[in-house]
Design a protein around this ligand. Sequence first.
Ligand code: HEM
Length: 131
Amino acid sequence: MDNPKNKFNFWFDIQHNFSLEMLAFFFQRVTGILLVFYLFLHLFVIGTAATIGKEAFDKLMEFFEKPPFPYLEFLLLVGVLYHLLNGIRIVLVDFFAMSKAQKDILWVIAVIGVVVGIISLYMFLPKFQGI
Ligand code: HEM
C-alpha cells in the first residue's frame, strides 16, 4: 500500500477497515475485471463466425459443449450472479442511503444468490453429463 511503485495496490487493499461488506466489494472488483476479460474473449470467439464460415463455426460451438467448458460456463454464471446481486446491494447502499441496513441486505442477497445458484446447478447437470 505504501510502496509508491505499486500504484494499483489500493484497488485490492482490504486490510484497512476490514469488514464483510469490504470483502464483498473486493470480490465485486475481482469479478468485474474477470467479466471484462470474458467479454473480450466472447466477442473474439463470436467474431470468428464472420471469417471461418458456418460449418467451422458450428464445429467450434460443439467443441465448447464438451468438458471442461460446461463447468467454466457455470463458473461464469456464479461470477455474473455474484456481481449482479452484490452490485444491486452497492447501488442500494450508495445511492439510496441504505447503509444502516447494509448487513441485512448482504444476507438477503446471499440467500437469493444461493437459491438461484442451486436452481442453476440443477439446470446445468445435463450439460455436465454431456447431454
Ligand atoms: C449485471 C449487471 C451489473 C451490475 C448491477 C453491476 C454493478 C456494479 C457496481 C455497483 C460496481 C461497484 C462500482 C463502485 O462503487 O466502484 C461494479 C464494479 C465493476 N463492474 Fe459491474 N455491474 C454489472 C455488470 C458488469 C459487467 C457486465 C462488467 C464487465 C463486462 C462489469 C465490470 C465491472 C468492473 C470492472 C467493476 C470494478 C470497477 C471499480 O472497482 O471501480 N460489471 N459493478
